[in-house]
Design a protein around this ligand. Structure first.
Ligand SMILES: *[C@@H]1O[C@H](CO)[C@@H](O)[C@H](O)[C@H]1NC(C)=O
Ligand SMILES: *[C@@H]1O[C@H](CO)[C@@H](O)[C@H](O)[C@H]1NC(C)=O
Length: 444
């Protein structure tokens, strides 16, 4: 769910590169993760962040703290392989635990274990996308899906998978509907993940918290996201309304969905995707952008050195790719966050050229679209967001009085991108805000 701000890391973390690669300049450190007031779970910033993300769903049946910390202890900084191995081990063990529970006698225990196994298989997959031919990209995913499906069936009201057709019938949209169980029409949140996350994760991050408040949930995935990328071989598209509007159509066929109380929520890059949907689809009463993004392409090019920027602007694709491939993408010594971000960009946008990936990213902006948004928009802004600094404020400024800008603070444990680590607090803030928006709108 985070995304690239590769060059920020590259350039502040590797002073020695100045010598090796004379045309890359080193930028000043101004936002060092070492200023984070939080205890660090790994000497590798990126592993710290991803571990925090997994721990953060523990309150919502997504993980258990002790076993994640045991897995964490086997991970070597900079070694994506050690991360994958450690989580595969934990996932495999948890899968066996889940299978070993008689679910007819102990449905809750079996469900808990299946959900955890699914989370750990997603984690095992997370750092593998640098090699598209790695068979584990699919085998781990099949196992996460099977584990998650086993858990879905054991819910008090089972989550229901549906496959919708995109606008223009260009691709299929996998979705899961979680009913609040209410017989009255209820508010509904339609949610998507971002650059690197699955709809299954969304259930734990926001879904369960919303269901606790009697709000219906529909999660879905579009192009570039885990299942669509794998099964339909389609990379990200900027015109996300093609994926989301059919989900809204579907919601309107459900009898306990109140048509006047629909929100769209997007996580990380989803902050752009969801806001964009509201520009095109006015059936949406509220948008929840965690966090706000106004111009994604700019977050990439902002971190290019003047030399690389010149190559980029001049359309020097081969030179640009050569430098990035040689010194960064294929360099196992650069910070994990940077290498992973480039790998994930190529995989999820489905291109082998970083130049092309940067070019494709330019279209992910809301210029000229914020005026078309009619809904109220919650714009999350993490104080120490190292991926998208300034983007939430830019989005809120363009939206004007439609926006509620909310800063999640580092010293409250919520300053990381998407307030990872503080999901209970995050849900408190956004779900109470959504309730307030509906009460105002419906005059209650
Ligand atoms: C790889 O990264 C390390 C650490 O940033 C750097 O010292 C080294 O010069 C890089 N190698 C190349 C070929 O750029
Ligand atoms: C914003 O996206 C549009 C395509 O939707 C593109 O034509 C434009 O160049 C982008 N703007 C910037 C500043 O990248």
């Amino acid at each position: 769910m985070k995304t690239v701000n590769a060059f920020f890391f590259l350039l502040c973390a590797s002073a020695s590169l100045a010598v090796v690669v004379p045309n890359l300049r080193i930028r000043a450190e101004n936002n060092s993760p070492s200023r984070d007031p939080m205890f660090q779970l790994s000497a590798d910033d990126d592993f710290h962040y991803e571990l925090l993300r997994i721990l953060s769903i523990a309150p919502y049946e997504g993980s258990d703290i002790g076993e994640v910390l045991v897995a964490a202890n086997k991970i070597e900084p900079l070694s994506m392989l050690s991360w994958s191995k450690s989580f595969d081990e934990l996932a495999t063990r948890m899968g066996k635990v889940a299978e070993g529970i008689d679910s007819s006698k102990y449905p809750i225990s079996a469900r808990n274990a299946h959900f955890k196994a699914a989370t750990y298989y997603r984690a095992a997959d997370f750092f593998l996308h640098g090699d598209w031919s790695d068979p584990n990209i699919n085998t781990f995913w099949d196992k996460q899906t099977a584990s998650f499906n086993a858990a879905l069936k054991l819910m008090t009201i089972p989550g229901k998978r549906v496959t919708l057709r995109s606008k223009g019938d260009q691709f299929k949209v996998p979705a899961i509907y979680y009913s609040s169980g209410s017989s009255e029409p209820r508010p509904t949140i339609i949610m998507c993940n971002g650059y690197d996350g699955a709809q299954e994760e969304m259930y734990h991050v926001f879904g369960q918290a919303a269901l606790q408040r009697n709000i219906n949930i529909i999660t879905y995935e579009g192009p570039g996201q885990p299942t669509v990328r794998r099964e339909q071989n389609i990379g990200f598209i900027p015109d996300w309304e093609k994926a989301a509007s059919p989900v809204i159509d579907y919601a309107l066929t459900l009898k306990n969905v109140d048509p006047k109380s629909i929100a769209v929520l997007g996580y990380s890059l989803g902050g752009y995707l969801a806001t964009r949907v509201a520009a095109f689809d006015h059936r949406v009463a509220a948008v929840i952008a965690i966090d706000g993004i106004y111009d994604y392409g700019k977050t990439l090019t902002d971190n290019l050195t003047p030399e690389l920027m010149e190559l980029y602007k001049g359309g020097k694709k081969d030179e640009f790719d050569y430098i990035l491939n040689t010194h960064y993408l294929n360099n196992q010594s650069i910070p994990t966050s940077a290498r992973w971000a480039l790998q994930q960009g190529l995989w999820s946008f489905k291109t082998h050229s970083l130049y092309d990936y940067y070019k494709l990213s330019e279209a992910y902006n809301l210029t000229g679209l914020t005026d078309k948004v009619q809904a109220k928009v919650f714009v999350g802004d993490a104080e120490n967001d190292i991926y998208f600094p300034g983007q939430a404020k830019a989005l809120a400024a363009h939206l004007g009085n439609k926006a509620t800008l909310y800063e999640f603070k580092a010293n409250e444990g919520a300053g990381a991108h998407c307030a990872v680590g503080s999901n209970i607090y995050l849900n408190q803030v956004i779900l109470d805000w959504f309730d307030g928006v509906l009460k105002n709108k419906n005059g209650k």
